[in-house]
Design a protein around this ligand. Sequence first.
Ligand code: IPE
Ligand code: IPE
Ligand code: MG
Length: 253
Amino acid sequence: MSPVSNPDVTRAGSGQTPGLDHIAIIMDGNGRWAKARGLPRAAGHERGVEALRRTVEAAGELGIRYLTVFSFSTENWRRPAAEVNALFGLLKSYVHRDLSRLKQEGVRIRVIGQRTGLPDDVAALVEKAEQETALNNEFFLTIAFNYGGREEIARAARRMAEAVQAGTLSADAITEETVGRYLDTASLPDPDLLIRTSGEYRLSNFLLWQSAYSELIFADVLWPDFDRSCLESAIAMYHERERRFGAVLPGAC
Ligand code: IPE
Ligand code: IPE
Ligand code: MG
């Protein structure tokens, strides 16, 4: 549980999962799921979108307000062009098919990551999804697409340097809070819980700044098989954890 006295690190929580507002997920294992069935990797990515739909719905029902998912990393450009194109196509079809429903359900969609370098049609659709849901505040779905934590921090540093040069920011006044405001996740709380599927034990450049005090759960399940019960187990494990944020809790020896 959060410490009680420092407002910077205390979080009220909401709904059925007090103290758990924000879950971030590294959706990994689509390729292995497909390979195990003798299918092309793209088939795994398609089933991965269905797992995402299930997870968004379950997260909302379980009282989570913020869900951030890693969907395409800056390093994923190293994959064959056909796979990269398939992933772009899936983002587009997800927005095409789900935007109006998500909008009606009060979901605010945000896409974090580098916008430059994305194909024009993908960038336009991302902007449309963000604009059309900008006033929603029931549930915050953030998709990390063309995202890398180091790239995000470097881009924030560049923008801060530009502001210092322009005289709108004083170098002496740059704090952790300032850096947070220049990141793509400005206005989102830090993830309380970060889940990675597929049995890999690494962050792969996801939310490096924001996950400083996230609880980490590594699950063996391959992403296309992830469902509500997997999410419930991760939430139950989260509630077993003791979050100290560097402090000594009252009653500790
Ligand atoms: C996650 O599944 C999706 C992306 C990284 C885009 P992978 O495609 O990485 O699947 P594995 O890790 O090869 O099984
Ligand atoms: C991380 O998975 C990126 C996404 C899930 C989008 P990867 O499969 O790309 O990560 P590595 O290569 O195993 O570290
Ligand atoms: Mg992978």
